[in-house]
Design a protein around this ligand. Structure first.
Ligand code: CDT
Length: 309
């Protein structure tokens, strides 16, 4: 009996700083509704989907950016989105900035939730690999101040039973790290959903846009293959706040092939029917961890620079 779920990578075009939040939520609801129209079980939205990528702007007092953070999920104005999921019986995953107000300053995370077909949050992830820097580099062509605006996530990489399989999440830069996939692979993950906001240029490296897009797909395809899991990577694309963001949203099969890919830099649904049973052979044979992994010989993997005792 196959475990086929229809998944939409709900790519978004730019969310420019001047865009009203209600407009952005409207775009997300339209994509979710269209995904439901074509029978999708799950729609996956990008990193920080509810706003522009605000970590490109420096504020001397980081609390000036608190308007971009959610203090509760769902916030009041997201209730209609969750109601839509419930009414249309479609799950979704959404990236957002999270503010936990447990002291005067609070804790801030780059987070993502997984919501089931009843409109209930069933899992949360907080980004672990934060790229960029914490200092203001106003002479750079553009900045990534994630290390200033967010703390390193403290929830690990949860994998939950959902959508007939084992589902995990990660966010953007996490996708470049093999540890991300392997930690979830060891928990039996069959579907990893992630959002990304990736500039076509890296201000600190001389890399062509083609090479940057190649790396985007390379890491997700390798992670999928080496852990025998589906990976769904979803971009915020196009020119946002003056920065060119790559598209290339895709759905990767556990054998490492891209089975569906975006063709635009705009709001677009990228859809594939994913039989989670396609993960089983790889997990039982080529990447049978129990049989073939040799953790006692992987010295240094749990220390920062490979140091051993
Ligand atoms: N958002 C995010 O994690 N972006 C990084 C950009 C690094 S290059 C400036 C990424 O890994 O895609």
């Amino acid at each position: 009996m196959p475990r086929t779920i229809r998944i939409a990578a709900a790519q978004m075009g730019p969310v420019n700083p001047s865009e009203e939040r209600s407009v952005t939520i409207g775009r997300i609801m339209k994509l979710l509704s269209e995904a439901a129209d074509i029978g999708c079980d799950l729609a996956v939205f990008p990193e920080l989907a509810l706003s522009t990528f605000f970590p490109r702007e420096y504020h001397v007092d980081l609390r000036e950016a608190d308007i971009f953070y959610e203090k509760t999920m769902p916030a009041q104005d997201l209730q209609p989105l969750f109601a839509l999921a419930r009414e249309r019986r479609i799950g979704f995953s959404l990236g957002y900035a999270e503010l936990v107000e447990d002291d005067v300053i609070g804790r801030r995370y780059n987070s993502q939730v997984l919501v089931d077909k009843q409109g209930t949050v069933i899992s949360k992830y907080r980004k672990i690999h934060l790229p960029g820097h914490a200092d203001n580099r106003e002479n750079d062509p553009f900045q990534n101040l994630e290390k200033y605006y967010f703390e390193v996530g403290d929830l690990g990489f949860p994998v939950v039973n959902a959508f007939d399989g084992r589902v995990g999440m990660c966010i953007c830069n996490d996708r470049r790290w093999p540890e991300t996939y392997r930690v979830m692979g060891l928990k039996g993950v069959e579907l990893i959903v992630l959002g990304y906001t990736t500039p076509l240029q890296n201000p600190r490296a001389d890399q062509s846009a083609e090479l940057r897009q190649f790396h985007n797909h390379l890491c997700m395809q390798a992670g999928a293959y080496q852990n025998s899991t589906f990976v769904v990577g979803v971009a915020k694309a196009g020119i946002e706040g003056g920065v060119e963001l790559m598209g290339g949203s895709c759905i990767v099969h556990p054998d490492g092939r891209i089975i569906a890919q975006a063709t635009s830099l705009s709001d677009e649904l990228v859809v594939a029917d994913c039989d989670l049973d396609d993960c089983l052979n790889g997990k039982a044979e080529e990447f049978n961890f129990e049989r073939n992994r040799r953790p006692s010989l992987y010295e240094g993997l749990l220390t920062p620079h490979g140091e051993t005792a």
